[in-house]
Design a protein around this ligand. Structure first.
Ligand SMILES: [Zn+2]
Length: 236
């Protein structure tokens, strides 16, 4: 529990798109602090999907979601970017007053990785507006970035400590589905990033045990998502 004025006091969950085939939600998050800062975590799909991206569909996008709680894009002062996949970084360019906070390993990898080329014009912002961090980082009291490589190099998850709810862990794509949050070895070990992915899952499981985290929100879990409060409701 914290009474620090600049600490988080609200967390909003926003669904901005869907993978229709599996009804998988595509989401982002907003943290508000006691001293009035608005910190966005990811930005969802691009307004116009690149040629050939047919597996994703926009819903009510991040700008419209923010308007629904009385905010404009320019009210966002920080965008925590978990990674540059298209469903997470597609609207980064809309936040022209914001600084972006990234793991250095991810930003450097993205510079030459064609996986992120489709959204490059969104995330490739002037370097003075990008804050690169190395590993676990306390961004402010009650808001921590947890390095969780595996899904991609330099992926990050986010720990938010709220005055009433306590600690909430946003795993993002380090653990996309609740069923994957286990110490058991998966049956398929064929993924080249499987080892790093396991290391990050174990790291988050240890964090949950150590910090007595009450709520773990998975990146794309439709069953869990259906049970959570969405904007304009919030956790506090
Ligand atoms: Zn994702």
């Amino acid at each position: 529990m914290t009474t620090n004025q600049n600490a988080p006091n609200r967390l909003y969950l926003m669904q901005v798109g869907i993978m229709p085939e599996y009804e998988i939600p595509l989401v982002c998050y907003l943290v508000q602090t006691g001293d009035g800062r608005n910190i966005l975590i990811d930005s969802g799909l691009p307004e116009v999907m690149p040629e050939g991206e047919s597996e994703f569909e926009n819903e009510r996008d991040v700008v419209a979601q923010l308007a629904g709680i009385g905010l404009k894009a320019d009210d966002i002062d920080t965008v925590i970017s978990t990674h540059y996949d298209i469903d997470h970084a597609g609207r980064h360019g809309a936040f022209t007053k914001a600084h972006y906070v990234l793991q250095r390993a991810h930003h450097l990898d993205a510079a030459t990785n064609p996986r992120y080329a489709g959204t490059r014009h969104q995330w490739d912002q002037p370097i003075e507006r990008i804050r690169l961090v190395d590993g676990d980082t306390e961004l402010l009291p009650g808001l921590e970035l947890i390095e969780t490589s595996g899904h991609v190099p330099g992926h990050q998850s986010v720990l938010v400590r709220l005055p009433k709810t306590g600690a909430i862990l946003l795993t993002v794509d380090a653990v996309a589905f609740a069923a994957g949050f286990t110490r058991d070895e998966p049956a398929d070990g064929g993924n080249p990033d499987a080892k790093a992915t396991r290391v990050s899952i174990i790291k988050l499981l240890d964090l949950v045990d150590r910090e007595h985290i009450g709520l773990v929100i998975f990146g794309h879990d439709k069953e869990q998502w259906a049970t959570l409060k969405k904007a304009p409701e919030y956790y506090e």
